[in-house]
Design a protein around this ligand. Structure first.
Ligand code: ZN
Length: 453
């Protein structure tokens, strides 16, 4: 009797131990990593599946619509021996265009059902988990209707366009070649009316494509052309003769203030690194500031030019640099150099918000002011700054004093206007008539137009 009991225990204990060990207490889990409620043709839906116990046995994804359905995915993972584990993790990515099949690619509500089963334990029990989620398939791009009439654009110049888009639009604007300009809802107008300030950059040819675009939440996009006349502009050529004295002054000051450029072996090489690489880096900062611009015009009058100043360099001057009679560099000067008496007060060109009051690469002590709708003004080479970041400033208010910090050969103000990262010709914005006809009239005119729906 005792012997039998020992034999029984001898068999029972490993059996109990094994069945306990193979007991799978965790059911499979699933998590919708990307699952927007409205999807388009190319929207990715991503499901993460996990089983921490014995692993997965099968996954099935079913697409259900009223009246029809289709199995989109069915996978089983074999684990031939009970002590083997199945697949413990699986990431599934679906997109209507690729996964649904032509017969299921129609607009409207649909459901995705994910059925999971993990590996059976010793007792052949498997856990099942099923989850269903509803989506809306939207294949219709937003509609765009241009409201402003003719558009006149000079190379390096700016323009405003007013357009209406359908209600489901989430982003819109104007694309000029590779430059994308965002539109902003026009206040006090019909819902769906937008304004976009855009520019043809000074280095883009007059035949560059220009389109209004709009995108909805499902990623559907439409674009349309608009009436326009584009005028080529011939920019000036200028020669700059570099001296050791100038390069020494500029290089030592800039290296003190930035870690984006280091010594390059010779004075000339370091200077050229500053003139090229640091110039590009400084310009890249502008795009970030433009993106955070206020969504409305913060001003109502034309921009001011520094009072009692003389133009030393104009917008988009093509500069060729010479050193000891040899051509060493070429850069485009993307602003106006305005000279007055040394340490002259620098007036703010228009109402706005100070977004930067600091040393900025080649521009030395710099103030950047946001004027809304992606337009910024820049005041460079200042000897002193008299405003702080975040401060609201008025047209004509003193921002600081002129100087020659940064890459400057003498006391002057470098003034630039930057439209959504693209530097534009300030001449237009200084011109009262241009500002009224190209910007203010369009914005207010659009407001007073009768409603069409
Ligand atoms: Zn300049």
């Amino acid at each position: 009797m005792k012997k039998r009991l020992i034999v029984l225990l001898f068999l029972l204990v490993p059996f109990l131990l094994y069945s306990f060990w193979s007991w799978d207490s965790s059911p499979p889990t699933l998590y919708w990593r990307e699952a927007p409620s409205t999807v388009g043709r190319d929207t990715k839906i991503i499901v993460e599946i996990q089983d921490e116990g014995n692993g997965l046995q099968s996954i099935e994804v079913v697409l259900a619509r009223s009246g029809s359905g289709r199995v989109l995915l069915s996978e089983t993972y074999g684990a031939p021996w009970p002590w083997q584990k199945g697949v413990s993790q699986r990431s599934i990515a679906l997109s209507p265009e690729v996964s649904f099949g032509e017969d299921q690619l129609s607009e409207g509500e649909f459901w995705l059902e994910v059925n999971l089963q993990d590996q059976p334990n010793f007792w052949l029990w498997a856990r099942e988990v099923s989850e269903r989620r509803s989506f809306k398939l939207d294949l219709t791009p937003p509609q765009i209707e241009v409201r402003s009439g003719q558009h006149y654009i000079r190379q390096g110049g700016s323009e405003a366009i007013v357009y209406r888009v359908s209600q489901d639009t989430v982003a819109s604007g104007v694309q000029v070649g590779e430059h994308v300009f965002a539109g902003y809802p026009l206040p006090e107008s019909d819902k769906g009316t937008y304004v976009c300030l855009f520019a043809l950059a000074q280095d883009q040819p007059p035949q560059t494509s220009m389109l209004v675009w709009a995108e909805d939440a499902a990623g559907n996009r439409d674009q349309t052309s608009f009436r326009k006349k584009v005028f080529p502009v011939r920019f000036r050529n200028r020669e700059i003769h570099l001296t050791d004295l100038l390069m020494n002054t500029v290089v030592s000051e800039i290296l003190e203030h930035t870690n984006e450029v280091t010594q390059q072996g010779t004075l000339l090489k370091t200077f050229l690194k500053i003139n090229g690489h640091l110039r590009d880096l400084s310009h890249r900062h502008f795009e970030e500031f433009s993106r955070q611009s206020a969504g409305r015009l913060l001003w109502s009058e034309p921009f001011l030019q520094l009072s009692k100043s003389q133009v030393e360099s104009a917008f988009a001057d093509r500069r060729t640099y010479y050193y000891q009679g040899r051509k060493v560099d070429q850069q485009t000067h993307l602003g106006f150099d305005l000279a007055s008496l040394a340490h002259s007060p620098v007036e703010c060109a228009n109402d706005g918000i100070v977004v930067l009051a600091d040393y900025l690469g080649i521009y030395g002590n710099t103030v950047l002011v946001d004027h809304g709708l992606g337009l910024l003004s820049l005041y460079g080479h200042l000897s002193s700054i008299e405003v702080q970041k975040g401060r609201w400033v008025k047209r004509g208010e003193i921002l600081g004093r002129t100087g020659q910090t940064g890459l400057a050969a003498g006391d002057h103000l470098h003034f630039s206007l930057i439209l959504q990262g693209v530097q534009v010709n300030p001449l237009e914005w200084w011109d009262q008539r241009w500002v009224r006809e190209h910007v203010l009239v369009k914005l207010t005119g659009a407001r007073s137009q009768p409603k069409t729906r």
